[in-house]
Ligand binder design. Structure first.
Ligand code: 0GY
Length: 298
């Protein structure tokens, strides 16, 4: 594990907010265990182990029913740890894999059988090496017939350059962490307006309203004494939930890779939900209806 790696919170609080029955944590990862599922040689970081058993225990502790496990870059295109988690979840986990252009149809079918329903394209430079757009477009064309979607991870300043690529994708497209806005800028400023425009103009594009702990400058309540955790992220997430209630997902992002200034209490992250989705109807769409539609339709 990297010397400055922050391990996940050992004893998260029990959330005060009770998720609706059947709630899905739609963005989380498993790491290793490294002795069984080694990390990829091309990885940009080496995390602590974070096992499927620990993930499922957290799911139960937080009052959730299901997980969507997203392949993390530290495992590259080797999806064995992900598949292991899915097949041992008793049907309560589905996944997003990473695949290369060399993936065979039989491998795609095996991933589908295990519960994979999407692939992830990562554009964050500190996490991955560059892959040509033509290669990604080819992969999107291969997974589209399976009914899978594409998850994209990028930073807000890169959206103008990525716009044409995203809007040409033939599948549903799910954006990680609201396209990583700079939350020191206004929620109605040009940067976030462009992201809202992306969703307004393209009904196949969804957003995860996740990772306040990653985006926030104000931090959790322990740092600023405020009632609302991560209050600077709140207007961004709430705007998306209220404007696109049928195309938003929420996830913990456990075990929170690459955080450097604090490790969130996952219980407090759950308590963020009623601030961004203030009605029972919005909460049910965000936590149950939308992820079930995308991941458990078949
Ligand atoms: C996240 C965020 C990060 C890492 C990864 O796959 C990954 O390595 O997604 C990050 O460092 O911002 O969603 O887990």
């Amino acid at each position: 594990m990297d010397p400055d790696w922050l391990p996940f919170h050992p004893h998260p609080a029990k959330p005060r907010f009770t998720p609706p029955p059947g709630a899905v944590d739609a963005h989380c990862h498993v790491f290793g265990p490294a002795d069984k599922f080694p990390f990829a040689p091309e990885r940009k970081y080496t995390p602590c182990d974070a096992s499927k058993e620990q993930l499922f225990a957290l799911r139960d502790h937080l009052g959730f029913s299901r997980n969507v496990v997203v392949q993390a870059t530290c495992h590259g295109n080797d999806n064995r740890a992900l598949v292991d988690a899915l097949v041992h979840s008793e049907g309560r986990a589905r996944g997003v894999a990473s695949v290369g252009r060399d993936v065979s149809d039989a491998e795609l079918q095996a991933l589908h059988q295990a519960g994979v329903r999407g692939t992830r394209f990562n554009f964050v430079r500190r996490l991955v090496d560059f892959t040509p757009r033509a290669v990604l477009a080819e992969i999107a064309g291969r997974i589209a017939p399976l009914g899978w979607h594409v998850v994209v991870y990028f930073e807000a300043q890169d959206l103008p350059e990525l716009w044409d690529f995203f809007t040409a994708l033939p599948t549903t497209v799910v954006v990680d962490h609201m396209g990583r806005p700079d939350v020191t800028k206004p929620v109605d400023g040009p940067e976030f307006e462009l992201f809202v425009k992306l969703l307004s103009e393209h009904g196949n594009i969804w957003s995860k309203v996740s990772c306040p702990e990653r985006l926030s400058k104000s931090g959790p309540p322990a740092l600023d004494g405020e009632q609302n955790p991560y209050r600077d992220v709140l207007p961004f997430a709430r705007r998306l939930v209220e404007n696109f209630p049928d195309r938003v997902l929420w996830g913990t992002d456990w075990p929170h890779p690459n955080l450097k200034n604090h490790m969130p209490d996952d219980g407090l992250l759950v308590d963020f939900i009623p601030h961004i989705a203030p009605t029972a109807e919005l909460q049910k769409k965000l936590l149950v209806d939308n992820p079930m539609h995308l991941y458990w339709a078949d």
